[in-house]
Design a protein around this ligand. Sequence first.
Ligand code: PMP
Length: 285
Amino acid sequence: YNDRDGYIWMDGQLVPWREANVHILSHAMHYASSVFEGERAYNGNIFLSRKHSERLRFSGDEIDMPIPYTVDEIEAAKYEVLKANNLTDAYVRAVAWRGSGEDMGVSSARNPVRMAVAAWEWGAYYGDSKMKGAKLDISKWKRPSPETAPVHAKAAGLYMICTTSKHAAEAKGCSDALFMDYRGYVAEATGANIFFVKDGEVHTPLADAFLNGLTRQTVIGMLKDRQVKVHERHIDPGEMEGMQQCWLTGTAAEVTPVGQIGDYSFEVGAMTRDIAEDYEKLVRQ
Ligand code: PMP
């Protein structure tokens, strides 16, 4: 991703893509002082753009790294990047981090908080077979307790075990991994939330120990509009045996059907397809 034409917004201005570099002694590189957003633009509009900007600022506050830009300034930066790169349908990545400066230890109060926004074309997150049903591995790692880490922030430090879990999944021919939480309940995938269907009703893990995704919240609203009963609750992994359908939600993943998790299988049923179609329509409205 480093050798491309185009522009990236960095600390208030557009810089050529290849020159958007940081110093090796950036605090973020050593201590994971970094938060980010993943967003999608459809027909030139970033879906839930302000909510993403607000969440970026919230994530910064959660790791004691106040972001030196207002929501309006972040909004302007994102649209400036889309325009400069001639993009209408794109993935937008905003990132803020502690740079290099006075401090090289764990404490970083005197180092600048920096921010960048990049955007590029990014198709189906789980590849072309998106509607066939993704295969998920079960991660050996657990999502941490809210007493262990700022679990509601979209903070880079929380992704260390996402990358390792996803690598392990890919090595087994799976496209992603499902995490249990610190109590052993079903939590989320490495970059998406999870839903199950049983006898026409929907069950999804209570978002008390992981990112309450904006797509998750949107899909719950869509289900309620369709008069579908949604149970947000703790789900034991053994309950997956009785679930008939399953899908993932996320900005990148959108609504992706799941066909298999470990030894459990699911059908790509009508409700999954309906919700995936409704979501596709909604984001382009
Ligand atoms: N969980 C994790 C760990 C994620 O990275 C994401 C993607 N941001 C999600 C859930 C889904 O969040 P959203 O729907 O806001 O993209």
